[in-house]
Write a protein that binds this ligand. Structure first.
Ligand SMILES: Cc1cc2nc3c(=O)[nH]c(=O)nc-3n(C[C@H](O)[C@H](O)[C@H](O)COP(=O)(O)OP(=O)(O)OC[C@H]3O[C@@H](n4cnc5c(N)ncnc54)[C@H](O)[C@@H]3O)c2cc1C
Length: 404
């Protein structure tokens, strides 16, 4: 293999490029990114950048010297516009065509938008800086969507002295992801601080004055942040013949077509540890999958390894550190296995079928959750995992079944 192209110059694409070099690949390595900036980290955008604790320069994932050391054919500020699978070539917005022997697709996701004019989204450094500059004390911010991103932004804006309204279409924020009871507990943090949380409301439009709800009500705001989910960046693959369905569809090796791999937020792959297809929008997964895709691209077919991680996610809201391992979506039962939900310090375990598939901790030391990660990685049965706990925790305080 003498020509490899990586499309998407962020966490997953950079990890893939570095791994290719580390594994000894010394051919042409083209890294294409539509943002003008060198790869930077996104999680601080809704935390330290929005709160102005960090200068944007701190987000760079590598120094210019480290990047130069990779010997890249670096094409920043130019989008890939098409893939010609039959010719093994990527078309770029500047009119050029880049042929490849191997390709890694790492184009991530973009925010879902709502009809209407104005309103912020939060995906890029520009987005974060623009919103940061508007979050002055007393300003009215409406956040549409109380998922992790919306909740983090609401927490920062509250701390900055803004008047925050958080709007959520579901009856309980995050219930589909973490279960209704844990969702309710996380929600308390907003209510205790006087954030105006309204659930079960659908925003139909962002107007110049705020947002319009489905029942016609106008909620006035100085700034609106739309944090209503995201869409995989796969438009450029339309007509390429690559299977796309809520992400680039890959097998367990992260391969989408011969010598074409995908990694990070854009990749939907079969995770054999959970026996199901998943697409994960987590920072750690992006790097790990970029590495795995790169290794498999270089390996002989029989030497390839399935990508079978226990996904990991964290979120910082107010003084809460939330950490989760595993795949919580679609769970059948949630049980508090350590600590106390009411006190806001706990580990909740998630059951899907007869297996332990996830664990979420709030306010607990990392080691409290790490052992649960190991149990998930082992494919532990629910009974086995719970019975191995101390007698006090052997009968979990079941907090319910998944509502959604
Ligand atoms: C505000 C914010 C906070 C977050 N907080 C957390 C957190 O606390 N914990 C956590 O685990 N995760 C968090 N995440 C998620 C995490 O940042 C992502 O999972 C990670 O960035 C995914 O990396 P990626 O390389 O797959 O995709 P991305 O980071 O989306 O990068 C894809 C890159 O490809 C570019 N691109 C797209 N289309 C094209 C094209 N056609 N041609 C060329 N380039 C293209 C994009 O512009 C982008 O630069 C957060 C994300 C955001 C936005």
């Amino acid at each position: 293999m003498r020509r490899i192209v990586v499309v998407g110059a962020s966490a997953a694409g950079l990890a893939a490029a570095e791994t290719l070099r580390r594994e000894g690949y010394d051919g042409t390595l083209t890294l294409v990114g539509d943002e003008p900036l060198a790869p930077y980290d996104r999680p601080p955008l809704s935390k330290q950048v929005l709160s102005a604790e960090w200068e944007p320069a701190r987000l760079a994932l590598r120094t210019p010297d480290d990047l130069a050391g990779l010997g890249l054919d670096l094409r920043l500020g130019v989008a890939a516009t098409g893939l010609r699978l039959a010719d093994s070539a990527v078309e770029l917005a500047d009119g050029s065509t880049v042929p490849y022997d191997g390709l890694v697709v790492a184009t991530g996701v973009r925010p879902r938008r709502l009809p209407g004019e104005g309103g912020h989204v939060l995906r890029t450094l520009d987005d974060a800086v623009r919103l940061r500059d508007r979050l002055t004390p007393g300003r009215r911010l409406v956040v549409v969507g109380a998922g992790f991103l919306g909740a983090e932004a609401a927490a920062v804006a509250w701390r900055l002295g803004c008047e925050v309204t958080l709007l959520e279409p579901a009856p309980v924020p995050l219930a589909h992801a973490v279960g209704a009871e844990v969702g309710e507990m996380l929600t308390r943090a907003h209510l205790e601080r006087g954030v105006n949380l309204r659930c079960g409301v659908t925003v139909t439009e962002v107007t110049g004055d705020g947002v319009r709800l489905a029942d016609g009500e106008l909620i006035e705001a100085d700034e609106v942040l739309v944090a209503a989910g995201s869409l995989p960046n796969t438009d450029w693959l339309d007509g390429s013949g690559l299977a796309v369905g809520d992400g680039v569809v890959c097998d367990q090796y992260c391969e989408a077509a011969r010598n074409v791999y995908a990694a990070g937020d854009v990749a939907r792959w079969h995770n054999p540890l959970f026996g199901q297809s998943m697409r994960i929008e987590h920072r750690t997964n992006a790097a790990e999958q970029g590495m795995a895709a790169a290794r498999n691209l270089l390996a002989e077919p029989e030497a390839r390894k399935p990508f079978a991680p226990v996904p990991y996610f964290w979120s910082d809201q107010y003084d809460m550190k939330i950490q989760a391992y595993g795949y919580l979506r679609g769970h059948d039962e949630v049980a508090v296995v350590e600590g106390d939900l009411a006190e806001g310090r706990f580990v909740a375990a998630y059951r899907t079928g007869d297996r332990l598939t996830g664990a979420l901790a709030v306010g607990m030391p990392p080691k409290a959750i790490r052992q649960w990660r190991q149990a998930i990685a082992k494919g532990a049965g629910w009974d086995e995992a719970v019975a191995s706990r101390s007698p006090a925790a052997a009968v979990p305080g079941a907090v319910g079944t998944a509502g959604a």
